[in-house]
Design a binder for this molecule. Structure first.
Ligand SMILES: Cc1cc2nc3c(=O)[nH]c(=O)nc-3n(C[C@H](O)[C@H](O)[C@H](O)COP(=O)(O)OP(=O)(O)OC[C@H]3O[C@@H](n4cnc5c(N)ncnc54)[C@H](O)[C@@H]3O)c2cc1C
Length: 471
């Protein structure tokens, strides 16, 4: 062990005692996330306070060592992977400090709290924290803030950044700053809150957040629309959104996705359908059926008539169960799941579906498509065998074609999963050389020694192509 490492270990041991993990088994476990690729950190520390985070960052700054913040490691873009070794800072144990202020409609929370617990607490007070990533039972709010996570409710209520009014952040030099505040309106100075949300742990480490809540809608109603062809399912999305009704959720599953769920859970789904759309409306109970009827009428104009409305809460829950089971069903049906989140303008969804279908046939890959249809946020998901070199190469080419096409039709590489390791090879295609140069200027200004989550977002030399396997 070199001198630098010995000194860092000694100092971390003084601060963390048995919360400093050094065993190979522990280090290996912290080298994965929900994407793929495996990297070994040198140290893992389980932080429990802002002061501890500050001490780690100061140490990393002094010794110029990478620091990787880690929540529940559900990132699908390799966000928390310690690609350059260094220190992994595990927030998942700091999970019980959060408090609601119902009269102010805010929650103050520490980063390790699971998003699902924030939902539960808000609901106890008849309030709602709308951002609802499908992983909310396990993911942390810190990870959501760093990725600007979205979810099914994004179509009506927006995403994480729309609900953050203040942050406490440890900056790369160890300074603790506060951004925003506790009021909905605040225009004092630059909006660093918005800059830090979605910055993937590369500009600062979030140690506290103040989140805005809204009144919980009184009731919901859900319908399933069954399509005979994929193109029409895409066209229906704009038709619904221009009908005068704003659904609270609108999720799509293509033929392959719904059949995988049916194989996995046997929910009596229409196996022959080219796609299904699940639509939820929320609000005043008397209005809900009226709203679904408006949607029905609009769809009839384009000859879509196969619509089933869930008549009971049980039937409604069963429909949403279908959406929740897509990921586990896909995971069980193959080897490594590569989940993308290319996002396109709503009017281009039919074209995107068509293109993905062509790519699937061209490369003969196991691709399913599902996602947040109302946001244009599709999740083409490929199940691939990482031990089969030929298949991995085809998958890399297919992913690249999906991204290229999404950008070509005015879309983006990522609607919610972030760039991380997975998509950095493509960022210049979307932002251009100058766009990326200016982003890197911000990174250098806030983290001049490049210690916060290095190796993410921006490609380094030789990283101009997607490589799925790190040997
Ligand atoms: C089955 C499944 C479904 C999913 N569904 C959705 C979905 O609907 N919508 C969606 O948006 N995402 C979804 N995701 C992706 C993932 O859950 C989100 O990106 C989530 O926000 C990650 O949270 P986490 O706690 O797991 O963070 P991690 O994966 O541990 O980390 C993610 C990023 O956050 C950074 N980070 C973590 N804590 C901090 C902190 N305190 N300060 C600074 N940076 C920090 C890390 O460095 C990393 O860059 C899904 C994932 C899975 C596996």
């Amino acid at each position: 062990m070199n001198m630098k490492k010995i000194e860092i270990e000694k100092k971390l041991e003084e601060i963390f005692k048995d919360r400093l993990l050094l065993d190979t088994a522990d280090l290996v476990s912290y080298g994965f996330d929900a994407s793929f690729g495996q990297y070994m950190p040198e140290f893992v520390v389980q932080v429990l306070s802002t002061e501890e985070v500050q001490q780690v960052v100061k140490l990393a700054n002094e010794y110029v060592m990478p620091v990787y913040a880690r929540g529940a490691s559900t990132s699908l873009s390799g966000g928390a992977l310690p690609v350059k070794g260094g220190i992994v800072m595990d927030f998942s144990q700091w999970d019980d400090e959060f408090e609601i202020y119902p009269d102010d409609l805010i929650i103050k929370t520490r980063p390790g709290v699971r998003t699902g617990r924030i939902h539960e607490l808000a609901e106890k007070h008849n309030l709602m924290y709308p951002p609802d990533p499908s992983s909310s039972v396990v993911c942390t709010i810190g990870g959501n803030l760093a990725e600007n996570a979205g979810g099914p409710r994004g179509i009506k209520y927006g995403v994480t950044k729309d609900y953050v009014i203040g942050l406490e952040v440890v900056m790369a030099d160890g300074a603790v700053i506060r951004t925003g505040g506790q009021t909905i309106k605040n225009v004092t100075g630059y909006d660093l809150t918005k800059l830090l949300i979605g910055s993937e742990g590369t500009l600062g480490i979030i140690t506290e957040a103040t989140l805005r809540l809204i009144p919980k809608p009184i009731d919901t109603k859900t319908a399933m629309i069954i399509f005979e062809d994929l193109y029409t399912s895409g066209k229906s999305i704009s038709k619904i959104l221009t009908s005068g009704v704003r659904p609270s959720k609108m999720e799509i599953l293509d033929h392959n996705a719904l059949n995988k769920v049916e194989d996995y859970a046997g929910l009596d789904l229409p196996r022959d359908a080219a796609a299904i759309l699940l639509i939820e409306v929320d609000g005043e109970p008397d209005n809900l059926i009226k709203e679904l009827n408006i949607i029905k009428k609009a769809l009839k104009e384009i000859n879509v008539e196969n619509i089933e409305i869930a008549e009971s809460k049980e039937a409604e829950n069963k429909l949403w169960q279908v959406r929740k089971l897509v990921s586990p069903a896909v995971v069980e049906s193959g080897y490594t799941k590569i989940s993308e989140d290319a996002t396109v303008p709503l009017s281009k969804i039919p074209e995107m579906f068509k293109k993905i279908d062509e790519i699937k046939k061209k490369y003969d890959l196991n691709i399913v498509v599902f996602g947040h249809a109302g946001d244009g946020n599709l999740h083409p998901t490929i199940n691939t065998n990482m031990r089969d070199e030929e298949e991995v190469r085809k998958t890399e080419d297919a992913v690249e074609e999906i991204f290229n096409y999404a950008i070509e039709i005015g879309g983006t590489l990522s609607g919610e999963h972030g760039i991380g390791v997975m998509k950095k090879a493509f960022i210049k295609k979307e932002m251009g050389e100058d766009g990326v140069r200016y982003q890197q200027m911000i990174k250098r200004a806030l983290d001049p020694k490049n210690i916060l989550n290095p190796g993410k977002i921006f490609p380094e030399e030789g990283e101009e192509r997607l490589v799925l396997r790190n040997e």
